[in-house]
Design a protein around this ligand. Sequence first.
Ligand SMILES: Cc1cc2nc3c(=O)[nH]c(=O)nc-3n(C[C@H](O)[C@H](O)[C@H](O)COP(=O)(O)O)c2cc1C
Length: 179
Amino acid sequence: MKILNFYASVGGNTERVAQRIGPVAADLGHEVETIAFKQGTEVDFLAYDFVFIGSGVYGGLPQGDLLAYLRSCMKSYKKAGHIKPGCPRISKTVVTYCTYSGNYTGDAEAITTNRVLYTLFDRLGFYQAASWQVIGAYLPENMQQMNVNGRLGDIRNRPNENDLKEIEEKVKGILKPHE
Ligand SMILES: Cc1cc2nc3c(=O)[nH]c(=O)nc-3n(C[C@H](O)[C@H](O)[C@H](O)COP(=O)(O)O)c2cc1C
């Protein structure tokens, strides 16, 4: 399969997850393109059979530039006739994921973000195979308190090796051909 491994990462937490997804998918024999989103990046999601899309959570939502880009894609795909009333399913799959601290409302922040990340793909007709949430500590020096006093407790040094190994297993689980 042709796989897009697409992510937005400001501090590097989401990038660490994406860096585990790409090699595992490639090892399974897939053709994988990894793209780190930044302002000005353009991609045709419909050119892939399977998309992994990830983002850090900011203000309870996907990273702002990525969110703006996904909204602009929605407009252009609609104009080009790819978004139809009723959004019929197409034979393409997406996995959304985010890294988040959950320090305000906990898992709700990741659930919302994953749902928002899926919106464009849902309208295009992609099937959502999974939505993953990975704890990601605040990286800025002046925000370290957030890593111990939020709803998820002590999240220092997350994602850790266990979190990343779990992602590798999930990638295998979702991409392996099942008998
Ligand atoms: C300015 C700022 C705002 C953040 N806002 C939220 C938030 O609203 N909810 C949340 O769960 N995590 C929040 N976080 C934590 C990030 O989502 C978390 O550190 C994530 O792993 C960052 O991913 P990235 O380094 O790939 O961009 C925020 C972090 C920063 C620095």
